[in-house]
Design a protein around this ligand. Structure first.
Ligand code: ATP
Ligand code: MG
Length: 249
């Protein structure tokens, strides 16, 4: 199986070299756990280091703010956009109804088929190899019921699977205590089954240096680390820390 280097420092050697090519990864976590940074890092490094064009679909955050925030890690998104290696598709308008000034955008009311088509068309147009959707629940916010959202998720993952894109789908889950009732992996409870991999990000507010973690719940076709991995957000983005190193005194 071909592997896609993730661009996340320390992750590739825990998953046999990278994400399985052409498959989908569900990235779930509570607010502020680093989901968006992870998503952008995957695309930025893919475009900058591996020549793989990427498409970032944003529903929650305005592209302007994302570009600004990512500069903190030394990632010049605008430069890659100018070089045609990275595209931000602005779907914030589908939530707010406000017209976007971005080159790639869509702001009219939600129609599942148009939405999925727009994403796939944009990916095709730029020859994208990597796709990030930030986030899937936000895409569904204006839909009339959960059935419709599930239908959208199924269509979207079906289309992604048909393409050769390696995709990271971001989903929010409320912060939950391990062991307190059944674990939730996604908002609608279908994402984890349609995705080939599930990665969970956690923020544990314990006042120590290392209070963020990453956990690989599944990765089809891959022998992966099963420990809870300490994660840091540094000046160069997200990096995983060898557990022995992090907890040693
Ligand atoms: N330059 C930075 N250096 C260190 N930590 C940072 C930096 N920028 C952001 N962070 C941390 O990352 C968090 C935001 O990460 P990110 O936006 O990826 O989270 P998220 O999971 O997408 O959150 P949300 O659910 O709100 O979308 C911040 O709350 C902060 O703790
Ligand atoms: Mg986010």
């Amino acid at each position: 199986m071909e592997r896609v280097p993730t661009g996340i420092e320390g992750l590739d050697n825990m998953i046999e070299g990278g994400f399985p090519r052409g498959r989908t990864v569900l990235l779930s976590g509570g607010c502020g756990t680093g989901k968006s940074i992870f998503g952008m890092q995957f695309l930025y490094q893919g475009a900058a280091l591996h020549g793989e064009p990427g498409l970032y679909v944003t529903v929650d955050e305005r592209p302007e703010l994302t570009r600004q925030d990512m500069l903190r890690f030394g990632w010049d998104i605008k430069k890659l956009e100018d070089e045609g290696k990275l595209v931000i598709l602005d779907l914030t308008g589908t939530k707010t109804g406000v017209q976007s000034e971005e080159k790639y955008s869509m702001s009219s009311a939600m129609d599942i088929d148009r939405l999925v088509l727009k994403i796939m068309q944009t990916a095709g147009e730029i020859g994208a190899r990597r796709l990030v959707i930030d986030s899937v629940p936000a895409l569904g916010i204006r839909m009339k019921d959960e059935m419709e959202v599930r239908n959208m998720i199924l269509k979207l993952t079906y289309m992604i699977r048909k393409s050769d894109l390696t995709a990271v789908l971001i989903s929010e889950i409320p912060e939950q205590t391990m062991g307190a009732g059944p674990m939730k992996f996604s908002k609608y409870g279908v994402e984890e089954y349609v995705a080939d991999s599930v990665i969970l990000l956690h923020y544990i507010g314990m006042g120590t240096d290392t209070n963020r973690t990453l956990y690989i719940r599944k990765m089809r076709g891959t022998k992966h680390v099963e420990d809870i991995i300490p994660l840091q957000i540094s000046t160069t983005g997200i990096k995983l820390v060898n557990p022995e190193e992090a907890f040693s005194v």
